[in-house]
Design a protein around this ligand. Structure first.
Ligand code: DUC
Ligand code: ZN
Ligand code: ZN
Length: 488
């Protein structure tokens, strides 16, 4: 549609008549976009070269998927199905305009090499904007004291550490080294919290008794192992008086630890994901090997856990809702079947796809069913991650000066999720056959339509790398002198 008003167009694009929602407000206004930025918000703006009538629709900031794995080397014969082209294409079609995947250090390797490698994988391929978290898998003095400070200064201001997985995990002493560095540099530490030894012990126990099927993946990683590690991660962060963010929380046990810490005044943040709202252990018990499609860690749990996660989204325990997209094809010798269909659960790659379905699922089941309000939806899926990872207000905001990353939503739909309509490179979705009632009508990346009326319109290379600021939320809480006297 072209602007029809009098005089030369003042804007590259105007979105008219929409009902705009931010993390705090709802208002009706036109949005004027020039040079990829929001430059005006007002009742009746002049013409744009391009215009969209959003009457009767929600207009929200573009989604930020702050936890996804794209083209990440795995360390075994499996290969991730999505690279930066197919992954970001899929994200855009589901209303996401920024992704933050992981540049993962290999044990024995450097973070610098991981970052350089990851830029090569992303550059020229990404269709939406992207930043990188680091994964610190080898916390040597060189990595912690030299590489991390350098990289933080260059815009890599968050890093994930693991308490489980043989090739990735750090021990408590190493975790302290990383947390101390995060504190002194003002970076955000994300923790994968599961007790490694409990899982290894129980895995051996199950396999010795012939319990090999995919469903035993869930059995081998019980909630108590997640709860213990969550408690320990929080305690280590408290010991050093520094913020920490627990990723992919699966249920009440871990959520309770986080909530208690928050109530005690600690800067403990948390993320959860669609699989903990929409899947349970029963999905790992599908016929034959099919349960492998839903193997991820921590595993989906039960209906009570799902309710606890909904409660935590509503009551503020969680600040971030991400996909943890970790894509492996099912019918593929480099995917879920990398060790064959007879393989025991411990040899099945962990991870499920979810970049494209994250927002429609939460909008449908959360906002439209009254479990969370529209502001919470925006906070969890866009503004919260932007603030926590140092991208705000360029991202995660509908305000003058922000990037024009905007999603216009269709609601009241009756749509069934089918994998063949998705845009990732995975041959299944765990949500096959599930009904949704919301889907993006239009996704704009810096003012450009990348998804419109069911069609992907973006291009490889449209996405820009985003260096992140040091997040204010990663600062130790002021006024807590004396809590950790060993730091004075
Ligand atoms: N768990 C992770 O920690 N990362 C990727 C996939 C998964 O299931
Ligand atoms: Zn993880
Ligand atoms: Zn992950």
């Amino acid at each position: 549609m072209t602007g029809t008003g009098p005089g030369p167009a003042a804007f590259d694009m105007v979105i008219r008549n929409g009902r705009i929602a931010t993390a705090s407000d709802t208002f009706h206004a036109d949005i004027g976009i020039r040079g990829g930025k929001i430059v005006a918000l007002a009742q009746r703006l002049g013409p744009g070269l391009d215009e969209i009538d959003a009457a009767g629709r929600w207009v929200l900031p573009g989604g930020i998927d702050a936890h996804c794995h794209l083209d990440q080397p795995t360390g075994d014969a499996s290969v991730m199905a999505d690279d930066f082209l197919t992954g970001t294409r899929s994200a855009a079609c589901g209303g996401t305009t920024t992704v933050i995947p992981f540049a993962a250090q290999q044990k024995g390797g450097t973070l610098e090499d991981a970052v350089a490698d990851y830029h090569r994988r992303a550059s020229g391929k990404a269709c939406i904007d992207y930043a990188f978290h680091l994964i610190v898998a080898d916390a040597t003095p060189h990595t912690v004291q030299k590489e991390l400070p350098d990289l933080i200064r260059r815009g890599y201001t968050s890093f994930k550490i693991y308490m489980t997985y043989e090739s990735l995990k750090l021990d408590d002493r190493q975790i302290l080294d990383v947390l101390a560095l995060a504190r002194s540099e003002g970076a955000m530490t994300m923790v994968h919290a599961e007790n490694s030894d409990c899982i290894a012990w129980l895995t051996d126990y199950l396999l010795e008794r012939g319990m090999k099927a995919p469903r035993y993946h869930g059995t081998s990683r019980p909630a108590v192992a997640e709860r213990e590690a969550t408690h320990r991660a929080i305690s280590l962060a408290e010991f050093l008086d520094t913020p920490v963010l627990i990723v992919h929380v699966s249920g009440a046990e871990a959520a309770d630890q986080i909530r208690q810490a928050q109530t005690r005044g600690l800067r403990v943040y948390a993320e959860t994901c669609p699989q903990y709202l929409f899947l349970t252990a029963a999905d790992l018990d599908r016929h034959g090997f099919e349960g492998a499609k839903c193997i991820c860690s921590p595993p989906p749990r039960d209906a009570g856990s799902q309710q606890a996660i909904w409660d935590g989204l509503d009551n503020g325990t969680f600040q971030v809702f991400s996909s943890d997209h970790a894509p492996f094809r099912y019918e593929d010798a480099q995917g879920k079947k990398v060790a064959g269909e007879e393989a025991d659960f411990s040899r099945i790659p962990n991870g499920i796809p979810g970049l494209e379905t994250r927002l429609p699922l939460l909008f449908s089941e959360g906002v439209l069913k009254g479990r969370i309000d529209i502001h919470k939806f925006v906070a969890l899926t866009s503004t919260g991650p932007a603030r926590i990872y140092g991208l705000y207000p360029r991202k995660g905001s509908i305000s003058v000066g922000a990037d024009a990353d905007i999603v216009i939503w269709d609601t009241g739909l009756r749509r069934t999720i089918h994998n063949d309509a998705l845009h990732h490179n995975v041959d299944y979705t765990p949500y096959e056959g599930r009904r949704v009632t919301a889907w993006p009508a239009v996704t704009l990346l810096r003012g450009k339509r990348v998804f419109d009326n069911g069609a992907f319109l973006g291009q490889a290379g449209d996405g820009q790398f985003l260096p992140c600021e040091k997040p204010a939320l990663a600062q130790p809480r002021p006024g807590r002198a004396g809590r950790s006297p060993w730091l004075e």
